[in-house]
Design a binder for this molecule. Structure first.
Ligand SMILES: [Fe+2]
Length: 175
């Protein structure tokens, strides 16, 4: 048995605002929408992975106010630093506060969507380091500076090694 992550379904209050954010800022496409079986609510499906019908579903039935309180965050991998910087620019344009954290194996940014769901978007670094680990990184540093900084900050930490070596061993463990 091997499970891989497919999707998250969120209860939402302001569907229009959430759809605008997830399509315009985050780059998702609406892949389907319609009333659910008992016709009490619509469900909207979004994806940007051709192999997933939906990565996010939205059910506009959320009644509570304030931040989501049972999910810490949902996380998306993005191809690389160029794409991550594109998102950072877009989020700055929306005045969305970000917390840039490198886990040694990622360059991550954490922020909240318009209904205060915690979101992480990250790209991989070339390294692995034992977790948890995290240091604030400079979202305005260029690639070379960031690579050098990350290596310097994490190479003394437990478990530091090349990403490929770690994942090769993990694959052997999990199989
Ligand atoms: Fe995470």
């Amino acid at each position: 048995m091997a499970m891989s992550w497919s999707h998250t379904v969120l209860y939402v209050k302001d569907t229009e605002k959430m759809l605008d954010f997830y399509t315009r800022v985050m780059g998702f496409h609406i892949t389907d929408r319609g009333m659910i079986g008992n016709r009490t609510s619509e469900i909207i499906f979004l994806s940007q992975d051709p192999n997933e019908h939906h990565q996010i579903g939205m059910l506009p039935v959320r009644k509570d106010v304030g931040a989501s309180n049972s999910v810490a965050h949902i996380a998306f991998r993005i191809e690389g630093l160029t794409e991550l910087r594109g998102l950072i620019t877009a989020l700055r344009g929306e005045s969305i506060e970000m917390r840039p954290t490198s886990h040694g194996n990622t360059w991550s940014i954490y922020f909240q969507d318009p209904e205060q769901n915690g979101i992480e978007v990250f790209c991989d670094t070339p390294w692995h380091v034992s977790q948890p680990a995290g240091k604030l990184w400079d979202m305005d540093a260029d690639d070379a500076t960031l690579m050098a900084w990350t290596k310097q900050e994490f190479e003394g930490e437990p478990g530091f090694e090349a990403r490929d070596a770690f994942h090769k061993r993990l694959a052997e463990t999990l199989n």
